[in-house]
Design a protein around this ligand. Structure first.
Ligand code: GLC
Length: 477
């Protein structure tokens, strides 16, 4: 089976969030399980390192329709770990100075990309059996397929899977974009029309052969208005084609036994290095060494990550006897809160504003607990990385957090969970973690269980393949 995985970002080229990790690691596992898999993404010339750009080879060029215009499209290619990467080049759309998203013409940029993906198939003759498109930026791929390509002889067998990584980002635009920018004929407007606007994700939900999300709990949650950010009505009759598979993590990229960014390597057999990592972390962030538990937060500082809960009881957490290390940036109100908390609790709280990948690794390795009280979390990767580094997650039981962390109320647990979105319920879990931490034998056993938890892609890759096979066996309709 040939899979084409379409995403607006992918490791190792460019990453702003979890999507890039998935697009960089799931295809590799699909290949290991016997599929042929390619990744297709935009060629962001100013965001991809020169070294990575050097590996790319030019394949072909052609013009892509965008409304009434034709826009240049170059195709570059490279192969990494058996996965072919296609990068779609158009400097006008993708060689931008300030990151990869957030421009006035994002709808047009990703409409171009989506159309270019289908044109690339036509021009290279590399016809996949399945296109797996991800998130709103690629939502027009199944829509365009339905409008323009499904009746073309060589492409008619292609099946479309659409994956939701976060339903909060839907690609909503004014209706005036319909024809000139999005190339959608007026009589097809109902595909993307939603509540009087254009909603690109809704279009993909309508036409995709299967909808997947990144955990099975999230696949149920998105039917609930509390989680669906308005799309529950569009989804209500799509249950028959929706499912969720938990993401894995790249075990080579997140391995305390080989990680060069941490003070001393360690593994489940030889855990002593973790203590060195803790001292190194405390020194790095300017806190005194000591035995108190270190609770870490590495997150975008936005409301849906549960930062409002943390703010509510932060002083109680510190007064309980914790040291807190916070890394992240986001809403100004939260950034100033943590700056101020650092000043209020000298020697106990350290806040680094921004995102520093090497520091994040030091935190995963050196902290004792990892706090992630998200309001919603489609999958979440940080809790799995923490487990691998023996740092015990304290999470709200939602989405992928619920599917990946078992509460250690029983002997098999790997973390601490709470259900209701309430600061004091979270605090109670943090208190339970504190108490167990003081029982060093029980804590050691918990850390061992955490480090042994298996979050490789193998299992999920098999589930994706099962789904792809089901579609593959539909035959031509
Ligand atoms: C999005 C989700 C996150 C998920 C990631 C990868 O960023 O918010 O929960 O882990 O996509 O699927």
């Amino acid at each position: 089976m040939k899979i084409l995985y379409a995403a607006s970002e992918a490791q190792p080229f460019v990453a702003t969030g979890g999507l890039a990790d998935v697009a960089g690691s799931l295809p590799k596992s699909l290949v290991e399980e016997g599929c042929e898999c390619s990744v297709i993404m935009p060629y962001y010339k100013k965001s991809i390192s020169a070294a990575d750009q050097k590996t790319l080879k030019f394949v072909t060029e052609f013009y892509v329709p965008v409304g009434w215009r034709s826009q240049y499209c170059g195709v570059f290619k490279t192969v990494i770990s058996g996965v072919t990467y296609y990068l779609i080049d158009n400097e006008y759309y993708f060689a931008r100075d300030f990151g990869i998203y957030g421009y006035f013409d994002d709808a047009e940029r990703f409409a171009f990309f989506s159309r270019a993906v289908l044109e690339t198939i036509k021009h290279t003759g590399e016809v996949p059996d399945i296109i797996n498109s991800n998130d709103w930026q690629c939502a027009l791929i199944p829509v365009y397929f339905n409008i323009y390509y499904r009746y073309q002889h060589d492409m008619r067998k292609i099946r479309n899977v659409f994956t939701i990584h976060n339903i909060a980002y839907q690609g909503k635009y004014g209706f005036d974009l319909l024809e000139d920018i999005l190339s959608i004929p007026r009589h097809m407007a109902m595909l993307v029309e939603y509540d009087g606007d254009i909603n690109l994700m809704k279009g993909a939900l309508e036409v995709a052969d299967k909808i997947t999300t990144v955990s099975s709990t999230y696949a149920e949650e998105i039917f609930d208005p509390w989680f669906a950010c308005g799309l529950d009505r569009a989804l209500s009759n799509k249950k028959f084609k929706t499912c969720g598979f938990l993401n894995g993590i790249d075990l080579d990229a997140h391995n305390p036994a080989t990680d060069k960014a941490i003070a001393e390597k360690f593994s489940v057999k030889k855990k002593s290095g973790k203590k060195t990592c803790k001292s190194a972390l405390l020194e790095k962030v300017g806190l005194p060494n000591g035995d108190e538990p270190v609770i870490a937060i590495v997150s975008r500082l936005v409301e849906h990550k549960g930062v409002d809960l943390i703010r509510e009881v932060f002083d109680d957490i510190v007064n309980m006897g914790y040291k807190a290390v916070v890394l992240g940036s986001g809403d100004g109100e939260y950034e100033s809160f943590f700056h101020e908390a650092q000043n209020r609790h000298p020697g106990k709280v350290s806040f680094v504003c921004g995102y520093v990948p090497d520091l994040a690794r030091m935190i995963y390795a050196g902290a004792d607990m990892f706090l992630m009280p998200s309001k919603s979390e489609p999958c979440g990767l940080a809790q799995m990385i923490s487990l691998r580094y023996g740092t015990i997650p304290v999470v709200r039981a939602t989405g992928g957090l619920k599917d990946s962390i078992i509460d250690c109320g029983d002997e098999s647990g790997t973390g601490f969970t709470f259900l209701t979105y309430n600061a004091h319920d979270m605090l109670a879990s943090i208190q339970r973690a504190y108490e167990l931490y003081n029982d060093s034998k029980a804590w050691g056993a918990l850390v061992t269980r955490a480090m042994k938890a298996d979050f490789s892609w193998k299992q999920s890759a098999k589930l994706y393949i099962g789904l792809y096979e089901e579609l593959y066996n539909w035959g031509v309709t």
